[in-house]
Design a binder for this molecule. Structure first.
Ligand code: HEC
Ligand code: HEC
Length: 517
């Protein structure tokens, strides 16, 4: 290969879907999740009927998105073809599945004694939480994904003894699956010579580039963000008369929960044929999705009442609390004061953001910014694919950066930052004290200026001009038309060294205090 390879545009927008196969029947039936309990967070309180319905949508509904993955598997352009490893995941013996793929076995299914996919009583279930069957054309089966396929993880207060054999009480709906091997799931079926393998290899466990298939040509995998305590978060006036939450690592999804959800649904294939694929009246492949047209033309467009109920459910999720009480009262008080002095100009301790320790503001890029590639994402900009899903406030801000992340429940979600770059993973069955050890290690690594730089590089040369050792972002963050480098930031674990100057005992106190928030 002589030039930088133009491999990053995985989806050809230049080709119409044949035969309009993308939409199957609208799924208006909501399959109930086993109602017993759903992780500690949910089981401790009774869910209202709207919350319960919203939870079932979160876990089960795919709105015909499976047709998109079927399309990708047969993409007319072989260089863009990609067959996500659904079949291989589901055929992996249940007892090995978590270890192999990091995906969570559906507690309502059982290993098939004859081998092959699990046996489930729900006809749409596959054996994996959030991966669902959809009827394809002519008796075929498509696999679609529900929100929980990525967002559900193990409950830090009630982890499974065996990660391959969880029950519903072990599953937390929104903590994010820190162990999902998205990289392997995406690259498993690529040819050995396919250079996209190297790009996927740069994704840490638990991180996925949501702009890889709908490409902004920037290599920017992001962690499946843990989120909770939405009711306590700041909201913002975006000029629509409604105050809205800010979502997204860069605050891009800021125009309301329902719109953000619809955007994500299109990102996992829903309404691809009607809303995203190019047509004669929409020839520019990256042109903004037109929400009014999309809703009109796509029978699978998620109904408002589904989005409302899902939003209601998501708002009900609270941060996991570290068990017990802080008995070291002086240390605790000192930690709180240290945090207030060192961290609170972003992680608020007063005002609206105080209950989750975040002002939810976007921090302009400076020397303390963590790896900037994710923040440079362009898909929400004026004229780009997701332009109608971001507010004018976002578009007119004049700068990009990272949103201050809320810190309640942070004891349970190491490693840190949008790209999983600082701190270790706890094991999937780690009890709270063991999880907290990973948190404590991550905090010490974070409050330090001596991190060993992590750079993702090519393990082999890609032809004479791209030697082994080239940072992946130099290869995969390029404008395919011009070759222009779109993100040159090679160090994954840089920035955000606040608190590095504190004494060891002040750091310890801060870490102790924050563990209980
Ligand atoms: C393929 C895995 C995947 C699936 C499926 C998925 N998400 Fe996400 N989600 C992510 C990732 C990765 C992020 C972090 C994105 C970022 O900001 O970089 C995220 C972020 C979010 C956030 C923002 C949280 C915050 O505080 O910023 C919300 C809300 C969300 N997703 C909702 C949904 C909904 C609703 C669905 C189903 C329609 C869904 N997600 C399906 C991977 C997924
Ligand atoms: C100038 C604003 C600012 C200050 C000051 C600041 N932070 Fe942050 N913090 C951020 C931003 C922005 C992020 C998100 C960065 C990312 O995800 O890449 C973040 C992320 C974090 C995270 C990781 C959250 C997660 O979910 O992975 C932790 C932990 C954290 N901050 C703790 C602290 C502590 C402790 C201090 C004080 C010692 C502090 N921060 C000071 C802006 C700030």
């Amino acid at each position: 290969m002589r030039n930088f390879p133009r491999v990053t545009l995985l989806v050809s927008f230049g080709v119409l879907l044949g035969g309009g196969t993308a939409c199957t029947e609208p799924e208006d039936v909501v399959e109930p999740v086993d109602d017993e309990q759903l992780g500690q967070t949910q089981s401790q309180e009774r869910l209202s009927s709207a919350e319960r319905r919203g939870r079932d949508i979160w876990f089960n509904n795919t709105y015909g998105g499976g047709a998109f993955f079927a399309f990708l598997a047969q993409h007319p352009d072989p260089s863009k073809r990609i067959r996500i490893a659904f079949t291989e995941v589901l055929n992996t013996p249940r007892a090995d599945r978590f270890a192999q793929w990091g995906l969570i076995n559906d507690p309502d299914c059982e290993a098939n004694p004859a081998g092959g996919p699990d046996v489930c009583s729900d006809p749409s279930a596959t054996g994996v939480v959030g991966i669902r069957k959809e009827p394809g054309p002519a008796g075929t089966t498509f696999f679609g994904v529900a929100c929980a396929s990525c967002h559900a993880g193990f409950d830090p207060n009630n982890p499974p003894a065996d990660p391959a054999d969880p029950n519903w009480a072990n599953i937390h709906p929104t903590i994010g699956n820190q162990h999902a091997k998205f990289s392997k799931i995406f690259s498993h079926n690529l040819a050995a010579t396919d250079v996209r393998r190297f790009m996927f290899a740069g994704w840490a466990d638990g991180a996925v580039d949501t702009t890889a298939l709908f490409n902004d040509n920037i290599m920017n995998p992001g962690v499946v963000t843990a989120f909770w305590d939405q009711k306590k978060r700041r909201t913002f006036d975006i000029g629509t008369g409604h105050e809205e939450l800010r979502n997204g690592q860069g605050g891009e999804d800021d125009a309301g929960g329902n719109l953000a959800s619809v955007r994500v649904y299109t990102n996992i294939g829903v309404c691809f044929a009607e809303c995203v694929a190019p047509r004669p009246d929409r020839p520019n492949p990256g042109a903004p999705i037109d929400i009014v047209q999309c809703k009109r033309d796509c029978a699978n467009y998620p109904p408002d009442e589904d989005l409302d109920d899902m939003g209601t459910f998501l708002r009900s999720v609270k941060a996991p609390q570290y068990p017990g009480h802080p008995h070291q009262v002086l240390t605790y008080l000192r930690g709180g004061l240290t945090f207030a002095a060192t961290c609170s100009n972003c992680h608020s301790v007063t005002g609206e953001g105080r209950k989750v320790y975040s002002d939810d503001e976007i921090n302009p890029m400076d020397a303390q910014t963590t790896n900037t590639c994710r923040a440079r994402s362009t898909n929400w900009d004026t004229g780009k694919l997701w332009a109608q899903f971001s507010s004018d406030v976002f578009k007119n801000r004049g700068f990009k950066g990272y949103r201050t992340m809320p810190l309640t429940g942070i004891w349970s979600t190491a490693p840190f930052f949008h790209n999983q770059s600082v701190g270790p993973w706890a094991t999937a069955s780690a009890a709270p004290p063991e999880r907290a050890q990973a948190y404590e290690a991550a905090m010490l690594e974070m409050m330090s200026t001596t991190r060993v730089p992590k750079v993702n590089v090519l393990p082999v040369a890609l032809g004479p001009t791209i030697p082994a050792g080239t940072p992946l972002t130099y290869v995969f963050s390029r404008d395919p038309a011009t070759g222009q480098l779109l993100c040159d930031d090679v160090i994954e674990n840089r920035g955000h060294t606040y608190g590095a100057e504190l004494s060891a005992s002040s750091k310890a106190a801060l870490i102790y205090w924050l563990k209980y928030q």
